[in-house]
Every structure is written in structure tokens, then in C-alpha cells.
Ligand binder design. Structure first.
Ligand code: ADP
Length: 440
């Protein structure tokens, strides 16, 4: 169950981690791509606006050179005019190279006007050279000037368009930058918080795994101890049975000795029977298969009978019963309740090797069994209820047991919906408390 939860948590953590990394990657790629696209757009629009401005400057320079040549038709001015023509053509080439199809179309229009303008200029120069000033003025007014204005209008409009495009792209770039400044810390803070959460889930998973391993380790140690304890517990009565039966078979024994040995064999057989029953009971309880034969049970009666039975075995212990009169009858399984009470009372005897009083008390549905024996260290008060758990000390090393009794007792009490626990004050023996719900 715990492993299932842990596996789900690890899967969720891994998916979450992948999600965080993916989100950060997508955010970074989108941010980089948008910024790069806007920078490119700004650069392209700005450089086109610059190209158009240069083309305007070139046609103005061309017009100026033409005027200078008309005033002074020297070879120097002619060369300047030719240079201005080339500058204009190369400015148009730059626009074609950097711009899109719209720019190429516009450039072609300008170039065609420019070609016509060059033809008109040549005719103008020819008229001036022939001294026909009237014709020259006419060519200028009708042909050259309108062409020059058409080119200037086209180029000026395109320059303005490109300049406003560059401005718009720059504004968008600035706004992207501002958003990135706001979003980047938020996205990274969310990523960091998620990573922290994932780290905590994984930490919890690790500590749960460590706890499970510790539990398994402890259980396997207890199992190993249990096997050796149980072998010992089986061997002792078996040795007795074997020894006494051999004597009865091989020797001529008087009848009363024969009876005594038979009684010893019977006791050993009963001990074996108890041991096997305990193991089967625990098995059933842990598999959730133990059935209670429910009926009215007189708790005080069970206590009196069990105490009397144990006292009759010649123990050096004295039972002191303080039982509340008029205790309502329990609805439960008398045999199982007797099993719990027998375990507690016989443990009180077993673990008080020096003898002494064992106080048994009932108050409402609370039962306490107090002895004055070896007691239990505080750190072992819970451990003794774990299966196979025995506390190995010099005081307990000669006391027989398997570590099953209290585990079975607790599971039976829990079937009733009750609780059982132990307390112990150093040097004062142990107290076992059983709490059974009133409406059980
Ligand atoms: P077992 O007595 O067969 O070993 P139990 O489950 O009945 O098994 O008890 C588990 C352990 O709890 C015992 O081995 C013993 O160390 C401790 N214990 C139980 N009852 C007492 C008691 N009355 N006083 C001191 N120790 C006790």
C-alpha cells in the first residue's frame, strides 16, 4: 500500500519534473524566437528606409550634377554626373537585394522612370549644346522634371512607409522586452517552487522506502530469531516426551511412577499443541480470516476462572482481583477473550520469577493486570506487541516463550474494536491495559 503510494508519488514527481523542464524550454524558445524575429524585422525595415533615403539623395545629387554641367560643361562635371547616375542605380540595387517583392516592383518602376529621365537629360544636354535654349526648357519642363518628381514621390512614400514599419517593429520589440522582464522571473519562480515541491515528494518517497527497508530488515531478523526460538520451544517438550516414553517402554516401573510420567508426557504434548495453535491463530488473524463466535461474555467470570486455573498450577504468585460488580456482559467470543486474559495473566506469572502479587482490576470495560516482576524498558513497550518480538535480557534468558502471545492478544482485542498497551515503571513490574468498547 505504502509502496503503491510511493510509486504513484515518484511517477507524479517525474512527470512534474518533465513538465517543468518542458515549460521552461517552451518559454525560452518562444521568447528567443519572438525577440529574434522582431529584431530582424526592425533591422530590415530600418535598412530599407535607409536604402530609400539614399536613393532620394542620389537622384537629388544627379539633378544637382546635371545643373552644374549645364552651367559649366567641363569633363569634371560630366564625370560627376556619370557618378551620380551610378550611385542612383546602385542604391536601387540595394533596395532590390534587401527588400521583398513589393520593394522590387517599386524599384523597377523607379528604374524605368530613371531610364526615361536619363534619355530626357541627354536630349536636354543636346539642346543646350546646340544653343536651342527654348527646346531645352521645354524638354526640362515636359519630360525631365515630371519624371524627377515621380521618382521622388515614389521614393519618399516608400521611405516613410519603411521608417514607420521600423518604428512599429521597434515598439513591438520594446514591449516584448518589457514582458520578458516581467514574465521571466515569474516563470522561473513557478519552476523553482514546482521543483522544490517535487524534491520534497522525492524526499518523502526516499524516507518511506528507507523505513520500509528498515521494517523488512527488522522483520527478517525477527523471523530468523523466531525460527531458532520455535525450534527450541518444540525441542524441549519433544525431548521430554521422548525421554519419558523411552523410560516407560524400557523399564519396569511401578504404576504410580508410570502415571506421573504419562502426566508429564501429556503436559509436554499440551505445550506443543498450544504452540501450534498460537502459530495457526496468528496466521489466521494476519490473513483476516479469524472468525469470532459471538455471544454474551462475562469478563469478570473469565478473569476469575483463568486466575483460579493458573493459581491451581501451584504457582508462587497470588492473584488479587478487584472486579467491578454489575459489569455489563460483553458481546464477543468467550474463547478468544479467555486466550487474551490467559496470555496476560500467564505472562505476569512468567515475568515475575520471584513470585509476588498479581493485581487484576476491572472498571467499566477497562481491564488492568499489574505484576511486580522484571518490568519492561520504556523503549520496548511497543516492540513487545510486534510478532516474534522477545526482549532478550539476562532476566528473560531462562524464560520460555515465542514472542507470539501479545501479538495475538492485540489482534484479538483490535477485532473487538478495543486497545491493549503496556506501561512499566522501573523496578515496579509491568502493567497491561485492555480497553474494550462498551457497545462491543
Ligand atoms: P512470549 O512471552 O512467548 O515471549 P509474548 O508476546 O507474550 O511472548 O511477550 C513478548 C515479550 O514481552 C516477552 O518475551 C517479554 O519480553 C515481554 N513481556 C510480556 N509480558 C511481560 C511482563 N508481564 N513483564 C515483563 N515483560 C513482559
Amino acid at each position: 500500500m505504502q509502496t503503491g503510494t510511493s510509486n504513484r508519488a515518484t511517477r507524479a514527481a517525474s512527470l512534474g519534473l518533465a513538465g517543468v523542464v518542458l515549460c521552461l524550454a517552451v518559454f525560452s524558445i518562444v521568447a528567443a524566437y519572438t525577440t529574434q524575429a522582431q529584431v530582424d524585422q526592425t533591422e530590415q525595415s530600418a535598412s530599407l528606409a535607409d536604402g530609400y533615403a539614399r536613393a532620394i539623395a542620389a537622384i537629388r545629387a544627379e539633378e544637382m550634377s546635371q545643373l552644374e554641367y549645364l552651367l559649366d560643361p567641363s569633363p569634371v562635371h560630366l564625370a560627376e554626373l556619370a557618378y551620380a547616375n551610378e550611385s542612383m542605380v546602385s542604391a536601387i540595387d540595394v533596395i532590390v537585394a534587401r527588400g521583398g517583392p513589393g520593394d522590387a516592383r517599386l524599384a523597377m518602376n523607379v528604374l524605368s522612370f530613371h531610364d526615361q529621365y536619363l534619355v530626357a537629360t541627354e536630349r536636354l544636354l543636346g539642346a543646350v549644346g546646340a544653343g536651342d535654349l527654348a527646346q531645352a526648357r521645354r524638354i526640362n519642363e515636359v519630360d525631365a522634371d515630371p519624371l524627377f518628381h515621380a521618382m521622388q514621390v515614389l521614393l519618399t512614400a516608400a521611405t516613410q512607409d519603411r521608417a514607420s514599419e521600423a518604428d512599429a517593429a521597434f515598439v513591438a520589440l520594446r514591449s516584448t522586452g518589457r514582458w520578458l522582464l516581467i514574465l521571466a522571473p515569474i516563470v522561473f519562480a513557478i519552476g523553482f517552487v514546482l521543483l522544490l515541491g517535487l524534491w520534497r515528494i522525492l524526499e518523502q518517497y526516499h524516507s518511506a522506502t528507507r523505513a520500509t527497508y528498515r521494517e523488512i530488515d527488522q522483520l527478517s531478523k525477527l523471523r530468523a530469531e523466531f525460527v531458532s526460538t520455535v525450534s527450541h520451544e518444540f525441542r524441549t517438550p519433544l525431548t521430554g516426551i521422548q525421554g519419558f516414553s523411552e523410560m516407560m517402554r524400557d523399564e519396569e516401573l511401578p504404576a504410580d511412577l508410570m502415571r506421573e510420567y504419562a502426566g508429564d508426557i501429556n503436559k509436554d504434548a499440551q505445550r506443543l499443541n498450544r504452540l501450534i495453535n498460537d502459530m495457526l491463530d496468528l496466521d489466521q488473524l494476519e490473513a483476516g480470516q479469524m472468525k469470532l463466535r459471538v455471544g454474551p461474555v462475562d469478563l469478570n467470570g473469565v478473569l476469575r476462572d483463568t486466575a483460579a486455573q493458573l493459581a491451581s498450577k501451584g504457582s508462587r504468585h497470588r492473584f488479587e482481583l478487584d472486579l467491578e460488580e454489575d459489569l455489563p456482559k460483553l458481546s464477543g467470543d468467550a474463547d478468544r477473550l479467555t486466550q487474551v486474559v490467559t496470555n496476560l495473566l500467564s505472562n505476569a506469572i512468567k515475568y515475575s520469577p520471584g513470585g509476588g502479587t498479581i493485581e487484576v482490576r476491572t472498571k467499566a470495560m477497562d481491564l488492568t493486570v499489574r505484576d511486580h516482576g522484571i518490568g519492561i524498558q520504556p523503549e520496548h513497550l511497543e516492540q513487545i506487541f510486534q510478532r516474534y518480538s522477545r526482549i532478550e535480557t539476562s532476566a528473560t534468558q531462562n524464560i520460555q516463550g515465542t514472542g507470539l502471545g501479545l501479538t495475538i492478544a492485540r489482534q484479538i482485542v483490535q477485532l473487538y474494536g478495543g486497545k491493549v498497551w503496556a506501561t512499566s515503571e522501573s523496578g515496579q513490574g509491568a502493567v497491561f491495559h485492555v480497553q474494550l468498547p462498551l457497545d462491543a
